[in-house]
Design a protein around this ligand. Structure first.
Ligand code: NAP
Length: 289
């Protein structure tokens, strides 16, 4: 493979994405604020850079997979940031779940630099990132997407082009708004089942087979029931996604009352010490009330 790729951010998702790029034969540079997380990737042939700028030195495609707007801003535009070091025509792929407002600001900066931007957040979680089965939600120009497709394909089962820059970020927030609200209502519903004396197994079977049944309800109810909060998706990231969703919908004059209610449950869980556990632990403060 001739393309040289850099990936910035080796958290739950980035580490699996990077592993699949190596598996596909791309020459890969990696950067992470906490460099220890790159150890296995370096063993498999990645070059570990000590700054974002150093990571993107030779890259024709740069992917970032970072926590939020602040992390993205820091890694792209902060001290030794990546943007200052990219060459003209480099393709930048922002895969973090960030706000469309930040994508718009970043897009202006990339244009000034002569680089090309795709916003490309993903659906799927840790397991799909590790197995190369993510779905990319893309905003950006068709020609840029075409040039980036071999790299995106190495990490995904599906690439969906939604429109101009910002469209992927917005679609991802709409998706996670619906997920966050469903998880919050499941947390309340399951606690209600547990306290009411209903047979929990039978009650969940009714829900899963009935109209509210969804892949999310099945997966998250199993974790809530087992009290398994090992991380697939950090709870604090869902609180962030709901906040960004509320802010973005407000620009379209839509007030997301259900997101607000769901976010208050996630914020409570953050305050109670569950920020760095899986999002399914949102049920615990409700259970212990
Ligand atoms: P994560 O495990 O928390 O990783 C976050 C990454 O951001 C790490 O590399 C972290 O570096 C870096 N970071 C955070 N703050 C930073 C800062 N101020 N400066 C520099 N680097 C910073 O998160 P993740 O689960 O991989 O998720 C990454 C993105 O994908 C998020 O936007 C999330 O909402 C989205 N997403 C996640 C999932 C999922 O199921 N997990 C699914 C779809 C989308 P350190 O390692 O040094 O902390």
């Amino acid at each position: 493979m001739s393309k040289s790729v850099a990936i910035l951010g080796l958290g739950t998702m980035g580490v699996g994405m990077a592993a699949n790029l190596l598996k596909a034969g791309f020459s890969l540079a990696v950067y992470n604020r906490t460099p220890e997380k790159a150890k296995a990737l370096v063993g498999d042939g990645a070059r570990l850079a000590s700054t974002p700028a150093e990571a993107v030195r030779d890259a024709s495609i740069v992917i970032s997979m970072l926590a939020d707007d602040a992390a993205s801003r820091e890694v792209w535009m902060g001290h030794d940031g990546a943007l200052a070091a990219v060459k003209k025509d480099t393709i930048l792929i922002e895969s973090s779940t960030v706000s469309p407002a930040w994508i718009a600001e970043f897009a202006d900066a990339t244009t000034t630099k002569g680089a090309k931007l795709l916003d490309a957040p993903v659906t799927g979680s840790r397991i799909q990132a590790a197995s190369g089965q993510l779905s990319f939600l893309i905003g950006g120009e068709e020609a840029t997407l075409e040039a980036a497709t071999p790299v995106l394909k190495a990490m995904s089962k599906e690439i969906i082009h939604l429109g101009p820059v910002g469209s992927g970020a917005r679609m991802k927030l709409i998706n996670n708004f619906l997920c966050g609200v469903q998880i919050a209502s499941l947390a309340e519903g399951l606690t209600w089942i547990e306290r009411s004396g209903l047979d929990g197994e039978k009650a969940l079977a009714v829900l899963k087979a009935g109209a509210p049944g969804s892949p999310l309800l099945g997966a998250i109810s199993a974790r809530m029931t087992a009290h398994d909060y090992s991380v697939n998706f950090l709870l604090k990231l869902m609180a962030k996604d709901l906040r960004y969703a509320e802010e973005d919908a407000a620009h379209s004059k839509v007030s997301l009352k259900t997101a607000e209610a769901a976010r208050s449950l996630f914020d409570t869980a953050v305050a109670k010490g569950f920020a760095d556990k899986d999002m399914s632990s949102v049920i615990e403060p409700i259970r212990s009330k």
